[in-house]
Design a protein around this ligand. Structure first.
Ligand code: HEM
Length: 133
């Protein structure tokens, strides 16, 4: 497996573990109502699992298995940029859990995630082709 996929997938698994833990706490708190503040984990739970786990896993596996050019994966720099941007975006969105930033962090985080998707598409587009071409 290429090094970039290793990073994408390791980080995705870390978000899966954290997101499930947050989900379990939310669920327990819904039943037992022991700490109302735990409800603040809800947006981060959604962010970690939808973007951190699902989108990042898809990028990591796609980078690994999409058709190659002979032995090369083409220009890999945009794909590395996508790794940095998507994690920056998740970090910015999750920051709202710790400090109240009036929502700017969510806007900035979503923009970083959008840029990550664009960077990944920039890398992957030429690799969407029949095998052998
Ligand atoms: C890949 C797995 C998961 C994804 C993508 C996911 C995603 C979401 C989303 C989108 C919501 C908001 C739903 C809404 O507003 O209607 C949500 C809420 C929630 N999730 Fe998850 N979730 C996942 C796994 C889990 C797990 C494993 C647990 C518990 C162990 C959990 C517990 C909760 C709870 C308690 C809520 C709040 C429900 C409410 O608003 O009343 N989630 N999750």
């Amino acid at each position: 497996m290429p090094r970039l996929s290793v990073w994408f997938i390791r980080l995705a698994l870390a978000y899966l573990a954290t997101g499930f833990t947050f989900g379990a706490l939310l669920l327990a708190n819904k039943g037992l109502a022991f700490a109302p503040l735990l409800w603040r984990l809800r947006p981060t739970h959604i962010e970690l699992l939808l973007v951190g786990w699902m989108v990042q896993l898809a990028m990591g596996v796609a980078f690994w298995i999409l058709p190659r050019f002979q032995a090369s994966r083409g220009d890999v720099r945009p794909a590395w940029l996508a790794l940095a941007l998507i994690n920056l975006g998740i970090g910015l969105v999750a920051l709202g859990l710790v400090v109240d930033l009036g929502g700017w962090n969510v806007v900035a985080g979503r923009l970083a995630e959008l840029a990550a998707v664009a960077a990944f598409a920039w890398h992957a587009w030429p690799r969407i082709k029949p095998i052998g071409q």
